[in-house]
Structure formats: structure tokens, C-alpha cells
Design a protein around this ligand. Sequence first.
Ligand code: G3H
Length: 482
Amino acid sequence: NGELLRWDGPLAPVRSPIFLATDEGDQQVTLGSTPLLDADAALAALDAAVAAYDNGQGEWPNLRVAERITHVERFLARMREQRTAVVKLLMWEIGKNLKDSEKEFDRTCDYIVDTIEALKALDRRSSRFELEQGTLGQIRRVPLGVALCMGPYNYPLNETFTTLIPALIMGNTVVFKPAKFGVLLIRPLLEAFRDSFPPGVINVIYGRGRETVSALMASGKVDVFAFIGTHSGAADLKKLHPRPHRLRAALGLDAKNPGIVLPSVDLDNAVSEAITGALSFNGQRCTALKILFVHEDVLDSFLDKFSAKLAELKPGMPWEPGVALTPLPEPGKVDYLKGLLEDALAKGAKIINAGGGESRESFFYPALLSPVRADMRLYNEEQFGPLVPVVPYRELDEVIDYVLQSDYGQQLSLFGNDPAQIGPLVDAFVNQVGRININAQCQRGPDSYPFNGRKNSAEGTLSVHDALRTFSIRTLVATRFT
Ligand code: G3H
């Protein structure tokens, strides 16, 4: 509610995935701590947002668009001053390498600039028009109410801000819960929030989701639920809302994006795209390629080229130049990945690359695995980490069946140069996923394009333009001349 929190309750330590050598051996770095809010404290933040919205009568939802834009521009200027601090925390909190951390920061700033421009254009179009003879129409794009925005740890800045900024700029008031890892990096921005927006318009909470977020949802006072995380987590939280039919949701959820390598493939391009697609930020991207179907005619060459290129990826600390493979922030993740690996090996898969699957502390060296089959966990489970399962195939039927039967439907990639084969595949898949990439990896960007998915992968569409619509509704004012 426009004040920095004074908190004398319990704190949660924030641990880095990075271990440093000390006289007593390698020690995990503790970066600081965050307040562990209880349900009452979280509800107080929600009440501040509810009061600022004031059932649509508050100052913020009724400001002219140009004025709300001024507030967001003020915030952006202050945010840019914190680039060094935020980038450093991206590296230390989630282990993202320097290049990608800088990219995340800059991409988020660009997203805000583009959102402002898109809103100006949208606003220009909302002029008066003749609805029918004798009736003047005007469409007013208005906010929805109080938005709860929660981001994921892999993009604690970018993903979160792609809901937070459109929610704010459209006149909603917001409660924002930073990701579990990547929480301290919001701290350098708190004063910018406080100084750029009226009290109650943006409220930041910390703590365990099962206490804080559950209480917010159960209160029935949340109108828009923006969440990037697991499908089951989103479903559990939505169920708590007493009037779920009145809740608008913008959800980015699970994915198991397949890469499909056809016999007509340009192998060098496919390997280069697939390796970045599967392993950038250690495979911890919802858009990562999480299973590769490779035609038997090109299988050996594909595996050889992939392992050779994988060997070029440099492991190390996030700030070291050229480092691609870094420590994983989720506690227990290394053991989870080992479990998936052991299951696949026990059922007949082999590790193709030297050193694949080796681990130390929070570091896990990527493993390329083949042949992966339907009875292995890696066939359907979203690994969200550096394991690359390869399924050899002879007939495309198995691949088509996989996509059609999958619970996920975010994106897929097709690698091949035979239009006679690719055209029908695109037709077969166009109703299954949110994006089809041909000869390119799966990815979200550019952020101005629709980002969505089918089945358990998403609800609603995000992009610079779509998000403005997601966080607002159109009211028609129709004036009949008498
Ligand atoms: O984790 C999901 C992100 O939206 C992925 O974005 O494809 O740009 O890495 P990206």
C-alpha cells in the first residue's frame, strides 16, 4: 500500500545455487532472506489493492490512458537504473549466465516500451463511430479489477512483467508475488514501484504460496489470475476461488515440446537449433524442446553431431565469459533428474555423450539419451532440465499420435526441407499447439507475437497486444439520438 514493509515476523533464507570453495569445503552461498508473510499479511496487501480499485470508482482505474502511461514510464526510467543490480541477482539467484541475464533485463524493458506504444495505438482506435443509423457508438476499454500476478523462477523478471505491466497499464490494481527463486532481484525495484504508482496500485507479497496465495484466492477478491507455473498448481488455486466463473485467467503452464527431425533435414541447422532449444538455460524454459523424434535414416549422424556440439558447451559460473551450462536453482532438482535418467537407462536407453548425467552439488551435466521409448518416464514427463531424450522413429504415425494424444500443446518444431511432408504435418498439428516452428527451435519471442498453448499448456494468450486485451474488457456506450 505504498510503503516498504516493516516486518518483524519469520524470515526465509534465500540460497544461491552457487557453491564456493572455502577452507571447510564447498559451501552453498546464502544471499539474504525474505519475509515469510502469513495469510493475514497477504490479505492486507490484497485489501490495499481492492481499496485502490474501489469497485471501479478508484482513481487508478479512472485515470486517462495517457496518465497511466506516464506512471509506467516513470517506473521504467527508475527500473533501468537498477540494471546492474538486477542482472547480478539473476546470476546469483537462479544461475542464469551473464549474457542471458542481460538479455532478460533488456527484453523486459523493451516489452514495457512496446506495451506503451501498443496501448497508445489501441487508444487512438477507440473513437466514436456510427453503430447503426441514429445511434452513436463508443467502445471504452476498461480494467477488470484486482489482478494477482505470479511469475516463474526461470524468467522471474520477464515472464512476470509480461502480466504485471499490462495489468497495471490497463487500470487494474495488482498483488504481485515474486517467483520462489529470483525473489531478491525484485528488491531493487521496490522503491521504483513505490515512487511511480499511487498507494495500493501495486502490492508485493512474499511467503509460502500455500498460505498466502491460497488465502487470496479463497477470499474471492481476485478478479484476474495471472500465473506462470504448473497446470496442477494453477488448477488447485483456481478451485479455491468461490466464484471461479468470474475469474479471468492468464496462465502459462506445462509443456513437453517435441522436435521432429524428418529425413529431408538439414542436419547442421537442426542440431544447432535443437541444442539451443533443448539446453539454453539448462533446459529450464517452458518453451524448451523436451523430446526429439529423429528418423532412423538420419539418427546416427544426428546423435554424432549433437554430442559433438554439446561437448563445446562450456560449464561454469554464470558470470564467466562464454559459459552455457550453470548450476540449477531448484533444491532436489539434481536428484529428480538422476531419477529420470536411471529409469530410462534401466529400460534400455543409453547415454550418448561423454560425461552425460554427471553431477556435483547443484550442477548437472546434460545427457543425450537414445533410444527413448514410450514406457520411460522421460517420454511424457516434463523434465525442465538438461536431459535430451531422443526417440528414433520409422513411420510418422508414432510422432503424429504422440502430438495428438499429448496432454500438452504449447509448441513443436519440424526440421526438414520436403514441403510435401511438412505441409500435411502442419495441417495435422495446427489444432494441437500454440505455435509450429519450421527449421527453428521453439521459443516465446518476439514478445509481440501471440504466446499461448492448447490443452494443459495455457489459458488465454499473452503478447504485447493480446495482454492489453487479456487484462481489460470492452464496454460499449451506445447513444440513440432522439
Ligand atoms: O519459460 C518460458 C518462457 O516464456 C520462454 O521464453 O522462449 O524466450 O526462452 P523463451
